[in-house]
Design a protein around this ligand. Sequence first.
Ligand code: AMP
Ligand code: MG
Length: 347
Amino acid sequence: MRPLIIRVDPLDIDQQDIKEAAAAIRSGGLVAFPTETVYGLGANALDPEAVAGIFRVKKRPLDDPLIVHVSEDMDIGRFVSEVPENARRLMDKFWPGPLTVVIRKTELIPDIVTAGLENVALRMPSNPIARALIKLAGTPLAAPSANMFSKPSPTSPSHVISDLGDSIDVIVDGGDTDIGLESTVVGFDGEKVLILRPGGITVELIKNAVDSVSVCHGGLKAQESPGKYPRHYSPDARVVPIEMGTGQEIRTKHVADTLRNKGTRFGIMCVSERASLYKGYDVKVLGSEKDPEGCASRLYGVFREFDAENYEVIIAEAIPEHGLGLAIMNRIYKAAGPHSEATPDPA
Ligand code: AMP
Ligand code: MG
């Protein structure tokens, strides 16, 4: 099956084009569409069979719950109950945008969406194409990233085509995504705000908006919220993170030289300010350390480039964990898999 590809200019949206995608959603189809974070694979969140299709084509395990995407004209009271005051505050402040809130669901949300959990993850995206699609479909969209499970999320339509091109109905092509990393996921313990996954809205911004915030222990490196898998967002190449701090250059070169001696094809991923340290090695630059937004938007594209060029190992230098740097490092550690920082010397 070849998907219908619909080109849409996010700055000049032709409603007629979006209508076809919305019709596919209403008839139970699967539609890839751009959000401000990454491309999503959407299905009618209220139709369990359509949602089952998402899990099937992504090969996503059924215990990994999906985020439900809503538009501003929807009464979210139909989908969630017992909304904490701080959830309201965060939604008022950051919606539409890359923030997902996990709240007690109503009966209307099928169990398959939440992997049987009592809470549902809800987000109102800001990308104009996503907003128009959800509105025209007239139903919330369950939408994980439009890639094969555990692979780097798609930040351009070509990534979607290469992962899922044979198995979905429609791709709405709105060009490259803006942020390039997934949304921030927050849960609530009473009024306490728990950061379950760092993402597009920084922890600093959330702390400015509400009082009681904690980044879940292991939120950066390990598995915490239900359905979060220890190895995720990962390229085919093995990712070896190199912690920041004294001797980072020496540690990076030690790993690089060990791999070179073994004949392993490897590359180094670092910020532009450090690229000149690694003359004579294959280097891909994420961006300037002064521009974490740029680094975030390029991360998954760089992972995919390493794969396309058949690298076996990516040596990934850590960057400061403030602002979007926290989400970037979370994805690098997830790509590396559990205990990655304990195995700097790849066997
Ligand atoms: P993705 O759609 O791949 O960006 O990932 C969605 C992630 O959101 C899941 O892997 C969970 O980590 C989180 N999530 C979604 N629904 C829930 C939920 N009901 N409770 C806790 N975490 C959730
Ligand atoms: Mg995903």
